[in-house]
Design a protein around this ligand. Structure first.
Ligand code: SDX
Length: 432
C-alpha cells in the first residue's frame, strides 16, 4: 500500500495516494483532488508538478545527475555517440550492431527533404532567423510526409520508425538549408557516405568544387554536443511536445511546437544570449567583474546568461563536460578565443559570489556551448537551431511515450479565474 497524503480543508479530510519513482522521487497523486474537494492545485510554472510518469530521462537537480534510460550522461559522453544514444532514447535500450545499422540507414535514407519543401524555403526573406525557418519546416514536414503523419494513432505508430528517422534527419538537413538560404547560397544534398555530424557540416559548408573536408576533432566535438542535448526530462519544449501529442497530433506537428518553445532566451535561446553577453563584455574592455555586479543588481535587467536552472540547484553535469570539451577543442584547433577567458573568469567569480551561491546558480548546458559551436564554424544565429537538432530524439521519444499510452488523456490544465465578475452587456452608446 503506498503512503497516503491527508489534506485538511474546510473541516474535511481528503486522502490521496502517493507515487514513488524508480529513483525514489515522491509525488502526491492529485488526480481526484477536484472531484473530491472542488479545489484544484495551483503551481504557476509547474515547478512542483509532475505532468507524467516517464521512462526516458532522469534528472536529480540537487546533486547534478542526468541519465538517459538509466545510463549516466558522463558514461554516454565518454563511450557513446549521438546516433546510438538517440536510438536508446527512442526504443529504450542501447542497440545491437544490427539495430544501429538499420537505424542509421533509415536516417540516411530519409535525409533529403522534398524538392517542393526545399523550393518553399526560397520564399523566406534573406534575413529570416534560421530558428523561424526551422520551426516552419518541421511543421511543413506533415504536409510533405502525409502517409506517415495522419493524426491516426494506429497508423502513425505503425510508421513511427520512418517518421522518427525523417524528423531526426531532416531537422539537420532543414537547418543547413536555412543557413544556406539566409546567406543566398544553394543548398547541398545530403551525403549518405558521411556520419550524421559530418553530413550536417557538409550540407552547411560544402561549396561547388570545394567539398567540406571532415576534421576528426570537429566531428567528435559536434557529435558530443548533439548527444548532450538529446533529452532533458520535462523541460519547456519537451513538455510542449507532449501537450501537443496528447491531442493526437502527428509527430511533425508536435515537434514543430517544441521548436517554437525552445526558441525563447530563457530556454534554448540562451546559448545565443551567452555569446552575445560575452562579446559585449569583451567589447566593453571589462573582464566580467562589472557585468557580474550588474547581473546581481537586477536593475539593468541583465542576467548571467548560461547560469541558473529550473531544476539543477548544483552543477549541470552537461556544463562540466562541455567546458572540458571546449578547452580541448580550442587547444587542438589552436584557437585563442578571448570569450573563453571571459567565460572562465565569470564562472570562477560567480561560483565564489554569495549572490549566486545563495540562489543555487551554477553554469548550465548553454554556458560554454556557444564557444564550442563558434569554434566549429557555426554562426551565432544557428546556435538554437543546433540545440533543436540535438533535442530532436528526446522530443520524438516523448511523442512516442504519449502515443503508446492507450489510457492517455488530452492534457488540459485548469486555472483560477481572476477576471471581471458577472456583468451585463452594455450598448456602445452607454460606454465611455
Ligand atoms: C535550458 O528545463 C530544462 O531542462 C532546460 C534545459 C534543457 O536542456 O532543456 O536545461 C536548457 O533552458 C537551460 C537554461 C538556459 N537559460 C539561461 O541560461 C537563461 C539565464 N537563466 C535564468 O533566466 C534562470 O536561471 C532560469 C530561467 C534558467 C531559471 O529561472 P528560475 O529557476 O525560474 O529562477 P528565477 O527566475 O525564479 O530566479 C531566482 C533568483 C532571482 O533572484 P531573486 O528574485 O531571488 O533576488 O535567481 C536570480 C533571479 O533574479 N537569477 C539570476 C539568474 N537566474 C536566476 N540572476 C542572475 N543571473 C541568472 N542567470
Amino acid at each position: 500500500m503506498s503512503k497516503q497524503a491527508v489534506l485538511k480543508l474546510d473541516d474535511q479530510e481528503y486522502t490521496f495516494p502517493t507515487i514513488e519513482g524508480v529513483e525514489h522521487e515522491k509525488a502526491v497523486d492529485f488526480r481526484t483532488l477536484r472531484s473530491a474537494s472542488g479545489y484544484v492545485s495551483y503551481d504557476e510554472g509547474y515547478g512542483n508538478t509532475g505532468s507524467c510518469q516517464s521512462e526516458i530521462t532522469f534528472i536529480d537537480g540537487e546533486i547534478g545527475i542526468l541519465r538517459y534510460r538509466g545510463i549516466p550522461i558522463e558514461q554516454l559522453a565518454k563511450n557513446s555517440d549521438f546516433i546510438e544514444s538517440s536510438y536508446m532514447l527512442l526504443y529504450g535500450d542501447l542497440p545491437t550492431q544490427a539495430e544501429r545499422d538499420r537505424f542509421s540507414g533509415l536516417i540516411k535514407d530519409h535525409a533529403a527533404v522534398s524538392p517542393l519543401m526545399a523550393n518553399a524555403l526560397k520564399g523566406f526573406p534573406s534575413d529570416a532567423p534560421p530558428m523561424g525557418i526551422l520551426g516552419s519546416m518541421l511543421g511543413a514536414m506533415s504536409c510533405y510526409n502525409q502517409d506517415i503523419a495522419t493524426n491516426n494513432r494506429v497508423t502513425d505508430l505503425e510508421n513511427f520508425d520512418a517518421a522518427a528517422a525523417t524528423a531526426i534527419a531532416q531537422t539537420a538537413t532543414s537547418a543547413a538549408l536555412a543557413y544556406r538560404v539566409t546567406r543566398g547560397l544553394e543548398g547541398n544534398q545530403p551525403d549518405p557516405s558521411l556520419s550524421f555530424q559530418d553530413n550536417f557540416l557538409h550540407m552547411m559548408f560544402s561549396e561547388p568544387g570545394k567539398p567540406y573536408v571532415a576534421i576528426p576533432e570537429v566531428s567528435r566535438a559536434l557529435d558530443l554536443m548533439l548527444l548532450l542535448h538529446a533529452d532533458h526530462e520535462q523541460n519547456c519544449s519537451t513538455s510542449t511536445v507532449r501537450m501537443v501529442a496528447s491531442g493526437g497530433a502527428n509527430l511533425f506537428a508536435s515537434v514543430s511546437a517544441g521548436a517554437a518553445a525552445l526558441w525563447g532566451p530563457a530556454h534554448g535561446g540562451a546559448n545565443m544570449a551567452v555569446i552575445k553577453m560575452l562579446e559585449e563584455i569583451k567589447e566593453s574592455g571589462d573582464d566580467g567583474s562589472k557585468f557580474i555586479d550588474e547581473a546581481k543588481s537586477g536593475k539593468s535587467g541583465k542576467r548571467l546568461m548560461g547560469f541558473g536552472h529550473r531544476v539543477y540547484k548544483n552543477f549541470d553535469p552537461r556544463a562540466k563536460i562541455i567546458g572540458q570539451a571546449c578547452e580541448e577543442l580550442l587547444a587542438k584547433l589552436g584557437i585563442d578565443d578571448p570569450c573563453l577567458d571571459i567565460a572562465r573568469h565569470l564562472e570562477q567569480a560567480a561560483l565564489a559570489d554569495d549572490y549566486f551561491i545563495s540562489r543555487n546558480l551554477y553554469p548550465n548546458v548553454d554556458f560554454y556551448s556557444g564557444i564550442v559551436l563558434r569554434a566549429l564554424g557555426i554562426p551565432a544565429d544557428m546556435f538554437t537551431v543546433m540545440f533543436a537538432i540535438g533535442r530532436m530524439p528526446g522530443w520524438v521519444a516523448n511523442w512516442r511515450e504519449i502515443a503508446m499510452n492507450p489510457k492517455g488523456k488530452i492534457n488540459r490544465p485548469r486555472q483560477v479565474y481572476q477576471g471581471p465578475a458577472l456583468r451585463d452587456y452594455t450598448p456602445v452608446a452607454e460606454r465611455g
